[in-house]
Design a protein around this ligand. Sequence first.
Ligand SMILES: Cc1ncc(COP(=O)(O)O)c(C=O)c1O
Length: 409
Amino acid sequence: MIHNMQNIRAQFPQLQEKVYGKALVYLDNAATSLRPQSVIDCWQEMALRYNANVHRAVHKTASEATLRYEAARKAVAAHIGAASEKEIVFTSGDTAALNLVARCFGTAFIGEGDEIIVAQSEHHSNLVPWQMICKEKGAVLKCLPVDESGHLQIELLPQLLTERTKLVCVADISNVLGLRNPVAQIVRLAHEKGCPVLVDGAQGIVHENIDVQALDCDFYTFSGHKVYAAPGTGVLYAKRKWLEAMPPYMGGGEMIESVAWEGSTYAAPPYRFEAGTPNIAGVPTLVPALEMARLLNSADIAAEADAVRDFVLESLSSIPGLRLFGVPADRQEKLPIFSFTVEGAHHEDLALLLDKMGIAVRSGQMCAEPLMTRFGVTGMLRASFAPYNTMEEAEFFVASLKKAISMLI
Ligand SMILES: Cc1ncc(COP(=O)(O)O)c(C=O)c1O
């Protein structure tokens, strides 16, 4: 089925917004995506009609709310190819999911002298929790570096992996470099040494149809808000064997089996990891959000998105003084996340000028300070496209960027 881009764009109300009287060109999708009407409707319906706590009361509204909450668990499991919805834990976001694994896996499996390998390009959310657990346990944090073009130096992984390595942590797509990391190869190499792998899917879930069983990763995490769902929603996928072996992260309501003064026993996964009242209105929005993600990743829309990517890639490469970070060996490994600096023009000044032209981009360290240090820069400008961004918007962005550069240099 051929989809009409204008019909798709009409489903995202914020795309009709104006800033400074100009049409908004939203190119900050890697920070958070826009929300389609289907998500807004679901969110509103949950607040208007099904506002009751989940998993607790026997009344009708509570059971409707619980049904919708659990339907989202099934939808997430189906979307990412999990073996069972029992392998899906809801959290408040990707950061919370990563911290959950660091705390629970760390408590159970990491001891003094053990090692965790983290890629140099990771978002702080997939680095700082590992620094914290390493410090606490006396474990060693090892770095899988990136080369000058932004590719992971995968050839170094076999020697980094030792019998003390307890986990490898890597994003499928860096939020700065926009390159597809060779996660399947990483999983294979790590598993050969008996080491599990955590994949941070914050960006990957947006642009790819993920199959966690085919990938064979042990953990996969993402935030709802980057993939069109309500903010305050997040997902941890973990193979059942890990969920069963890990102790809980937080104690409280609904994560227990039984409680006495002398002590408590815990519920089976995934509930063991979902203490307290969850995001009742937000979680069900994952259902329409992931439907939208499937639609936007379907072949005809993906072909348009690829054309936009190719155009931006070529245009940026031809701007004098522009240094792109995350230079693909071939276009197919590049996602439409473009981070760059321009000699003689500060990234924040460029971002402010683009904003005045109606274009929303990100500037700064992108929560990846070690990567900035790696490339010897204090920050970058990032334009991140979603499949609903058009060629016209891409052309306007490139022309506006050139204009902004000419105003500064
Ligand atoms: C690759 C990556 N990991 C983790 C995160 C953290 O996500 P959140 O702030 O939604 O928890 C982000 C957000 O930008 C990201 O891009």
